[in-house]
Ligand binder design. Sequence first.
Ligand code: ZN
Ligand code: ZN
Length: 195
Amino acid sequence: MNKLIYILLFAFLSCKQAKVNGNSKVIVLQPLGNFQSIAAQEVLEKIKKINSNVVLRKSIDFPSGSYNKPRNRFRADSIIKYLKSEIGKDSVIVGLSNKDISTTKDNHQDWGVMGLGYHPGRACVVSDFRLSDKNKKEQFYKVVLHELGHTEGLSHCKTKTCLMRDAEGGNPIDQEKNFCKSCLNFLKSKKWNLK
Ligand SMILES: [Zn+2]
Ligand SMILES: [Zn+2]
């Protein structure tokens, strides 16, 4: 009899566990080109703290057709379109690039960006090309969080210290400290393990 209770209890606990995990998406980190594996590994370790469902894939080439030769840049919109097709329904994928990336913005045909993500959606890409040499790693991780925020459905935020601030063609990332309370609560509602 006792044994049966244990089995039932165990079954109940495993169901509960499965339900919790089922609510948080798998984050797939996808290095592009010759993105440094140490840098990718560091992003993996940081993401693990907010979502243990994260995997780092082996590097792949930039998708064919994404290269804009005259500007020596890769089109971020082509990259995320391709990346989206490379994952399952319950995942979100983050391309990691050390080449310059761009997209069309307003009347700028080819506007260089630090990152681009669907809003909402299941893919984004981040480049360290435009980040400050002095603290590239910290800035890079902040942009990863920013783009993942977009994929969850967050828009740009007016709070100057919030990670969802719009860069507006500059690099205000050092002024960004964290997600503001409102963005934070939104992400917590999406099962992000943030404090
Ligand atoms: Zn943005
Ligand atoms: Zn905010």
